[in-house]
Design a protein around this ligand. Structure first.
Ligand code: SAM
Length: 302
C-alpha cells in the first residue's frame, strides 16, 4: 500500500509546539500536573531527600529530564526538591532547540546547575559511555516523551540503570482510558510514519517495569479538553488540536475527506455529557484526556 502523503507533527517542532500550546490552553493540563507535583511528588521529594533511607546522600543532588520540552513541568518537579537541596545539578535531554531556548528563558531555577544536552534520547544513550563520567541520577523524569524513544523496555532498563541505588524514576504516559489513546487505537491508519513506541500506554510501561522485577506506584491524572473548535472548519486552533490528537500535520487539509469525517465523528462520540443535563453540549465540546504518573523506586525490588 502506498504511504499517504501526510506527515507527523513530530517532524516540525515549531508546529508541534503551537499545537501543544493550544492543547494546554484549552485543557486543565497545566494546573493538573502542577497540583500533582505539589501534592504527590512533594512526598517523593521528601523521601528522596529527607534522609529516611539515604542518610549519606550527597549534595548537590543529580537529576535528569528526558524529553524535557520547555521545562515548565520539570521546573515544578525540581521546585519540590529544592527545599531539601540547596544546590542541584540537572541534565536536560531535549532534541528541539526551540524548546531549549524557551526553557532557558522561562523555566530555569536559581541554584540549579544545568547541563543542556540538545539531542534525542537515542543519541544520549549512544554517547553516554563517553560523556557520563559514571554519573548516576537521584531522580529521572520522562514526561510524555517515551512515545519517541524507541524500544520501551530498553529505554526503561537504561533509565533505571542510570539511577543511584535509592533513586526514583517518574514516567508520565497516556493511559488507555482517555481519548488521546483511544483515537490512535481506533485509527492506526493515521500513523504510518510513527515508530511502534508511539502506540504505548501506561499499561505497556507498567508491564515493562514489572518484567524488570520492579514495582511502581501509579497515580491517574485526568482532565478534559475543549474540542469545540475542531468541529469548525474555520477555527485555526481547532485545526491545531486536530493535528495533536491525530498526530498528523495539517490533518484537516491533507487527509482524505472520508477519514477526516470519521475522525470527527469519533471525537463527537467521545464527548462528555453535561454533568447536570446528561446531554452533550456542542458549544463546549469536551473530551477526557487521561495519563498515568508512574513512579519507580530503584531500592524497592520485588
Ligand atoms: C509531549 S512533549 C512533553 C514535554 C515535557 N516533558 C512536558 O511535560 O511538557 C514531548 C517531548 O519529547 C521530545 N522528544 C521528541 N523526540 C524525542 C526523542 N527521540 N528523545 C527525547 N525527547 C524527544 C519533544 O521534543 C518534546 O519536548
Amino acid at each position: 500500500m502506498a504511504t499517504p502523503a501526510w506527515t507527523t507533527i513530530c517532524h516540525n517542532f515549531v508546529h508541534y509546539k503551537r499545537c501543544y500550546d493550544v492543547f494546554e490552553k484549552r485543557s486543565g493540563k497545566v494546573d493538573l500536573y502542577n497540583n500533582w507535583a505539589k501534592e504527590e511528588f512533594s512526598k517523593v521529594a521528601e523521601d528522596i531527600c529527607g534522609g529516611k533511607r539515604n542518610p549519606g546522600i550527597r549534595n548537590p543532588i543529580c537529576t535528569l529530564g528526558m524529553g524535557s520540552g520547555t521545562g515548565s513541568f520539570e521546573m515544578a518537579l525540581l521546585k519540590q526538591l529544592q527545599p531539601y537541596f540547596p544546590s542541584m545539578h540537572h541534565t536536560v535531554v531535549e532534541p528541539c532547540e526551540e524548546f531549549i531556548s524557551h526553557y532557558k528563558l522561562h523555566s530555569v531555577l536559581e541554584n540549579v546547575q544545568y547541563d543542556w544536552q540538545p539531542k534525542t534520547f537515542q543519541q544520549y544513550m549512544h554517547d553516554h559511555e563517553c560523556t557520563s563520567n559514571g554519573r548516576k541520577f537521584d531522580f529521572i523524569s520522562a514526561v510524555n516523551s517515551l512515545y519517541y524513544t524507541g524500544n520501551v523496555k530498553e529505554t526503561i532498563r537504561f533509565l533505571i540503570d542510570q539511577l543511584t541505588e535509592s533513586g526514583y524514576l517518574l514516567v508520565v504516559v497516556r493511559s488507555e482510558k482517555g481519548s488521546g489513546f483511544r483515537i490512535i487505537v481506533n485509527f492506526p491508519e493515521l500513523h504510518p510514519a510513527f515508530k511502534p513506541s508511539y502506540f504505548i500506554s501506561s499499561k505497556t510501561v507498567s508491564e515493562a517495569i514489572a518484567e524488570l522485577g520492579m514495582t511502581a506506584k501509579v497515580n491517574s491524572l485526568r482532565t478534559n479538553v475543549d474540542l469545540s473548535g475542531v468541529f469548525d472548519d474555520d477555527d485555526a486552533e481547532g485545526d491545531d488540536l486536530l493535528d495533536l490528537f491525530t498526530g498528523v500535520m495539517n490533518f484537516r487539509r491533507t487527509a482524505p475527506e472520508t477519514l477526516v469525517e470519521r475522525v470527527l465523528n469519533f471525537l463527537r462520540q467521545e464527548s462528555i455529557p453535561d454533568s447536570e443535563s446528561g446531554k452533550i453540549n456542542y458549544m463546549n465540546h469536551s473530551v477526557c484526556v487521561d495519563w498515568d504518573a508512574i513512579l519507580v523506586e530503584k531500592l524497592h525490588k520485588q
